[in-house]
Write a protein that binds this ligand. Structure first.
Ligand SMILES: [Zn+2]
Length: 82
């Protein structure tokens, strides 16, 4: 049995190979750190589908925005940041 590389995001273990396409897609953009505000609807991380929403929990309320899509802080820090 081979062990493919994994990454842990929000306590869940993912196989990197399953996230490859989304990571490559997201690396094309410049991301800006942003806190979701009240008026913004909830969004989902492009990579791990983590919910981003206005919340007192900064893990949920802070993400990275490219003008259209969102990624969560963990994906950004672990997978996108160069
Ligand atoms: Zn994510």
């Amino acid at each position: 049995m081979t062990h493919s590389p994994t990454v842990t995001l929000h306590g869940k273990v993912w196989n990197l190979v399953d996230l490859d396409i989304a990571i490559l897609f997201c690396r094309q953009f410049d991301w800006e750190k942003k806190v979701l505000e009240d008026k913004e609807v909830s969004a989902y991380c492009e990579i791990c589908c983590w919910e981003l929403k206005q919340s007192e929990n900064i893990e949920h309320s802070t993400g990275y925005f490219n003008g259209q899509d969102w990624v969560c802080s963990e994906c950004y820090e672990n997978l996108i940041k160069k």
